[in-house]
Design a protein around this ligand. Structure first.
Ligand code: MG
Length: 316
């Protein structure tokens, strides 16, 4: 008997509070009626609460029987309470401001990329480079990297490639990459490539697994701008992930910056750059991948537009 029912329909003894105003009247029918007057007469209820000192076997049975259907319906009540939430959200607000449902990405493994979120803009699904362009030559600006077995691979000397389309505003980018399984070179000469999101510094791609180099040149560093918080690298030949959140600079009506641009990076699910205020002045940007002469591979590249609450300047 850890719970007691009080006059104002609150449940004490647990962490759930049920103000009567927040409960649908129909749901009240689901609550077993507790005769407080009768309870008070018998001494079981005082001041609207159970008095445990008066519980005997008979009343114990009575209340157990009474409360059994109540607890059976508790999950329904909890759901109802979470919708109305004690008046902070009315029904219209709940309906109109409910977050969009997004099917999340699946887990990436070495043999298979993760699924794409349902609201993603896909830039590379492992089949072709039709959404990419490279160094223009003889009227052809197509990307000349190699595509095979579900990934693209840098072809040395063909140049960096970039998406034909851009993503406007705040966004999340997902990129999977893999440095050569056969280790060649060291420091910056080992599995070097890079991710450039329009208007932001290079997010370094490098085989940083037991490969020493200068700190702001390691994988997941913003090249020569911001040292990665940790080295979360997997070994050569293993697929790795970048999830990059780009917040673009916002200005108020007076032209003053009210929210600086920033970039956050997760490397293999680990936060390696957090809200670093570098870049983000452009309103939109595409993605560019670097040809640094090493046969680095990429797959499963997508972006999502973000709706991030914006700071409102005073007076607006
Ligand atoms: Mg690089």
């Amino acid at each position: 008997m850890a719970n007691a029912v009080t006059r104002n329909n609150r449940i004490s003894g647990s962490h759930l509070i049920l103000p009567s105003s927040s409960i649908d009247k129909k749901l009240l029918l689901l609550i077993p009626r507790v005769d407080l007057k009768a309870g008070a007469k018998s001494g079981v209820v005082r001041d609207g609460q159970f008095d445990h000192s008066y519980l005997n076997l008979l009343s114990m049975k009575y209340y157990l029987l009474t409360l059994t259907p109540f607890f059976a319906n508790l999950s329904i009540l909890q759901a109802q309470v979470s919708v109305s939430d004690a008046g902070r959200w009315n029904k219209e607000q709940v309906k109109n401001e409910r977050p969009a449902v997004v099917t999340p990405p699946g887990h990436t493994t070495d043999s298979k990329p993760g699924a794409v979120p349902s609201d993603a803009i896909v830039f590379f699904d492992g089949r072709d480079l039709s959404k990419w362009k490279g160094r223009a030559k003889d009227g052809n600006d197509g990307a000349n990297w190699q595509v095979k077995d579900g990934f693209m691979e840098v072809v040395r000397g063909t140049g960096s490639i970039q998406t034909r389309n851009q993503v406007e505003g705040d966004c999340q980018w997902h990129i999977e990459w893999c440095t050569p399984a056969e280790v060649k070179g060291n420091s910056q000469g080992r599995g070097n490539s890079g991710v450039f999101i329009g208007g932001y510094p290079e997010v370094q791609v490098l085989d940083s697994f037991k490969n020493d180099t200068y700190p702001d040149g390691q994988a997941s560093s913003l090249y020569k701008k911001s040292v990665t918080l940790v080295n979360a690298s997997r070994g050569p030949g293993k697929w790795q992930t970048y999830d990059i959140i780009c917040i673009r600079e916002k200005k108020g009506a007076d032209g003053k910056v009210i929210q600086p641009g920033s970039i956050t990076v997760l490397h293999n699910g680990v936060v390696t750059q957090f809200a670093v205020q570098e870049g983000g002045k452009a309103k939109s940007g595409g993605l560019s991948l670097q040809d640094h002469g090493n046969p680095v591979r990429f797959r499963n590249i997508w972006a999502r537009k973000l709706v991030v609450p914006r700071i409102k300047p005073s007076g607006n």
